[in-house]
Ligand binder design. Structure first.
Ligand SMILES: Cc1ncc(COP(=O)(O)O)c(C=O)c1O
Length: 383
């Protein structure tokens, strides 16, 4: 392996998570796998064929470049839906390729309809409605004009969806806001149907909503974080396990991030370790250098704080995390040698470094941590 670290993606874990999810979906609800952010750091090219092998036939992405990557790595012609950015230059490709597109302003709608007219292919659109997230989506005052444009141009598009996104379903603190969003969405759906605009799918639910608010599942759900084996928040996990009286996490993390010991060194009591003076050896110490640094996604804020697993032991990062390396205190661990496996995230023997523990120390959410794992670290699927 040329790269100083690599990532393993577990197929068994994915099977477990997908079957957990399917068991929670109401009959007939379609599962769209959200693979934006490089499949939440898992790697679109590795993850998409794996997900397809496990029954996924619909993928959601943020932008046209990600849609292209999904299309290139897919093996079975899945449906692909762009929930965010499509540059004007990408519209023709999207329409011709049958990519499903969120539309959330009148300008985008006019452009996509015009493109469909020019190329003679019906655009597949999902109309996103503003219900209280205040990010993207048609505002109530735009609905009349929206309906007029849609009604006039029915031969140029397929109304694949009416949709919205919740502003924080993973936190009970947002309960009232989500409730208002649900009811706004339901009444706008009725309004559209009265105007003769019936979508193939109504969809609103992300991971937290799937678990927490069953009535949000509708016809399709857009699930990201759960499929990768992470909960949207600790609160969602605690609520789920306590309500169902289970004691173990029913999800399994797909990702394990591993490196190796690059070199070993003894340091005398009274010496500083690494750059500057953040760590003073209080005793004679032995250190292992690991070729992973902030350039590889191991946050500098984990300096003197982070933990890794080597030789079945949980060991501390000492000194500042460097651009390409970190140092681990292995004092007293006589058996550790150059080339030994280092687990940065994942299990080794009985021990685990969880992404959330990693995240709590570095003040980052699972979402942010995962998606920041650099795309160029090699990924491989393991059974
Ligand atoms: C519009 C939309 N739908 C679904 C998701 C998936 O969310 P989650 O990963 O919490 O399932 C996201 C992610 O942020 C999103 O922006």
């Amino acid at each position: 392996m040329l790269h100083p670290s690599h990532i393993e993606i577990s197929e068994a874990a994915l099977q477990k998570n997908i079957s957990f999810l399917r068991d929670r979906l109401k009959d007939g609800v379609r599962l769209s796998s959200v693979v934006k952010g490089n499949a939440y750091g898992h790697g679109i090219e590795v993850y998409v064929p794996l997900a397809e092998r496990n029954g996924i036939d619909h993928f959601s992405v943020f932008s046209a470049d990600e849609a292209l990557r999904v299309m290139k790595s897919a093996t079975r012609k899945p449906d692909i839906m762009i929930m965010g950015m499509i540059a004007d230059e990408a519209l023709e490709w999207c329409v011709r390729s049958g990519i499903e597109c969120f539309v959330f302003d009148l300008d985008r709608l006019h452009k996509i309809i015009e493109m469909a007219r020019q190329v003679g292919v019906k655009a597949k659109i999902h109309v996103e409605l503003e219900t209280g997230m205040n990010r993207t989506g048609y505002e109530p005052e735009e609905m009349k004009q929206l309906v007029e444009v849609l009604t006039k141009n029915k031969e140029h598009y397929l109304l694949k969806g009416l949709c919205t996104h919740f502003a924080g379903a993973e936190s009970l603190a947002n309960y009232v806001r989500i409730k208002k969003q649900k009811s706004a969405f339901k009444s706008w759906c009725k309004f559209f149907e009265k105007q003769g605009l019936k979508p193939e799918y109504k969809h609103t639910a992300c991971s937290a909503a799937v678990i927490r608010y069953k009535d949000t599942q509708m016809d399709l759900v857009r699930v990201g974080i759960l499929q990768y084996g992470f909960w949207p928040s600790t609160e969602t996990l605690v609520e789920y396990t306590s309500k169902n009286d289970i004691h173990a996490d029913p999800l399994k993390r797909l990702i394990t991030w591993k490196s190796t010991v690059m070199s070993l060194k003894n340091v005398n009591k009274g010496e500083y370790i690494g750059y500057g003076m953040t760590f003073l050896a209080q005793q004679d110490m032995r250190l292992a250098a690991v070729p992973v640094g902030y350039h590889h996604g191991f946050s500098r804020s984990l300096s003197n704080l982070g933990r890794v697993l080597i030789g079945g032991q949980r060991l501390s990062v000492v000194g500042l995390v460097n651009m390409n390396a970190l140092l681990v205190d292995i004092t007293g661990c006589e058996n550790i040698k150059r080339g030994d496996e280092v687990v940065i995230i994942g299990n080794q023997g009985e021990l685990e470094v969880s992404v959330s523990a990693f995240g709590e120390l570095s003040n980052r959410l699972n979402y942010e941590l995962l998606t920041r794992i650099p795309a160029d670290i090699p990924r491989k699927v393991v059974p």
